[in-house]
Design a protein around this ligand. Structure first.
Ligand code: HEC
Length: 128
């Protein structure tokens, strides 16, 4: 009798711990599926005001998206890394120009997530 109770206790313990594990796994799932699309990147590029300074073809306040792409591809560099402040500017290194873009990096760009920055980069690369 004692043995049966012990066995039951062990079985229920195993069931409980397995149940816990399952719960943990499903709660992690939504976080791993955070990749955003080119469309998301395009929407962010407009809503986060990038488009006011960066046009596809012509230099406005900042370099055109095509010019940025060309230099980033040539240098095998990541736009997302630049936006995170991990890379120094390579497109326009004029101090006055750099300061304008740096002001963005230090303010609202800081609040964008890695997934959002990657989506922006993905969108920018579609403009050839
Ligand atoms: C107020 C105008 C302005 C806004 C808004 C702006 N930029 Fe810029 N950006 C600039 C200027 C000026 C430069 C040139 C200086 C430089 O290259 O760092 C630049 C440069 C860049 C570069 C090239 C950096 C390099 O390596 O030289 C990238 C990439 C870039 N901007 C992306 C963005 C994105 C993405 C956004 C929106 C989140 C944005 N910019 C918003 C003005 C702006």
């Amino acid at each position: 009798m004692k043995k049966t109770i012990l066995t039951l206790a062990i079985i229920s313990l195993i069931t409980v711990s397995c149940g816990d594990k399952k719960k943990e796994d499903t709660s992690k799932e939504p976080q791993s599926v955070t990749e955003l699309t080119v469309e998301d990147g395009k929407a962010l590029f407009t809503s986060k005001t990038c488009a006011t300074c960066h046009q596809p073809d012509v230099k406005l306040i900042g370099p055109s998206i095509k010019d940025i792409n060309k230099i980033y591809i040539e240098n095998n560099a990541s736009i997302a890394s630049f936006l995170k402040g991990e890379l120094s500017p390579i497109v326009d290194t004029d101090p006055g120009q750099v300061a304008i873009m740096k002001a963005n990096l230090d303010s609202f760009v800081k609040d964008l997530t890695d997934a959002e920055l990657k989506a922006i980069e993905k969108y920018m690369h579609t403009i050839q």
